[in-house]
Design a binder for this molecule. Structure first.
Ligand code: NDP
Length: 309
């Protein structure tokens, strides 16, 4: 009997196990390290795959990431012909839409200023801006960037997005490629990073990018810690080029206890909780991808190893 090995959070794995037992009884579902016969393993879902994956699982046919990103995989250590699939599932998308909406609304409605005013015992109003006058920009127009923009448009924000290849999204001004990045940044008052971490995007949130934003812009960073050049963020906050940063991801995670981000008055920090894989919906998506794989259809979230996402 062919088997599916799950190597991630075991509590969520037990939810997957129930769903697989009902919907795919032809597969022997196993939770790492109880892998059974390694030669029977055709599918692996993992956050961190075991070393020497092909040596261990000689008949492995697909590697699924148990999370949205695949930057934790060392591609050069994976067999070059092994299909890799990232997690695109409604639970992750819903969580991200909630988090980014909270962050953007907080910035739009001046909540950081009101928090500091409260600490000072200061009762003082700030003129409310209509959403239509607030220009939002999303870096990355993938499954998450598009969903986030769909929700932000609903609030009436002036929305734009930037990606590698050209997209057309209703109600969103779409920019593409390096040539159009300056124009995208110049119009963006609240910048949201939803890029994957690749060789091309490491260190992307740096002094040059911050300088290209309008003075007093804010950053919501929900991509990956190494996108951000920390010293450049601190400098931009110091000069006022950036007014506020909301960071859900850092490098490393967690940050050392004496790291300046913890107590910075212009930084809100959350411990990588913007969204999480939901086991019920994730298992369904992986089962659908296995069905597609078996009949030769394209799998949702298939990674382009050359691009790294
Ligand atoms: P997708 O792969 O669906 O989308 C990635 C987007 O980024 C695409 O629009 C792509 O462009 C664009 N992109 C990639 N590289 C470049 C580049 N060099 N220049 C310009 N645009 C680029 O990813 P998801 O939307 O599913 O997820 C995005 C990221 O969000 C994840 O990789 C992960 O890092 C992060 N994440 C964070 C979570 C958290 O809790 N903080 C939870 C889940 C995800 P194109 O459309 O042209 O291909």
């Amino acid at each position: 009997m062919a088997s599916f090995v799950y190597k991630s959070d075991p509590v969520r794995g037990r939810v997957w196990a129930e769903i697989f037992a009902r919907q795919a009884p032809q597969l022997d579902f196993r939770i790492w390290p109880d892998i059974g016969d390694p030669a029977a393993v055709r599918f692996l879902a993992a956050w961190e795959p075991p070393p020497d994956i092909r040596g261990l699982f000689q008949n492995l046919e697909v590697l699924f990431s148990s999370g949205a990103g695949v930057d934790q995989f060392k591609f050069d250590e994976l067999p070059s012909d092994l299909p890799v699939v990232r997690m695109v599932e409604p639970g992750i998308i819903g969580g991200m839409v909630e988090y980014v909406s909270w962050a953007v609304l907080s910035l739009h409605r001046d909540m950081p200023q009101y928090q500091s005013q409260q600490r000072e015992g200061l009762w003082k109003t700030i003129q409310v801006q209509p959403a239509a006058k607030r220009r939002i920009g999303v870096l990355g127009l993938g499954s998450l960037g598009q969903a986030v923009l769909g929700q932000l448009r609903g609030f009436g924000f002036d929305c734009a997005g930037w990606s590698r290849s050209r997209h057309q999204l209703e109600g969103v001004q779409c920019f593409a490629g390096a040539d159009e990045l300056p124009a995208f940044l110049a119009r963006t008052q609240i910048l949201i990073c939803l890029l994957p971490l690749t060789d091309a995007t490491r260190g992307f949130l740096n002094a040059g990018l911050f300088a290209a934003l309008p003075a007093g812009a804010s950053l919501v960073h929900v991509g990956r810690g190494p996108h951000l050049v920390e010293a450049d963020l601190l400098a931009a906050l110091e000069t006022g080029q950036l007014a506020q940063a909301i960071l859900d991801v850092t490098d490393p995670e967690p940050l050392p206890t004496d790291h300046p981000f913890w107590r910075h008055p212009k930084i809100w920090l959350t411990p990588h909780i913007a969204s999480m894989t939901q086991p019920e919906t994730a298992a369904e998506v992986v089962l659908e991808n296995i069905r597609r794989f078996e009949v030769g259809e394209g799998m949702t979230g298939r990674v382009d190893r050359g691009l790294g996402y």
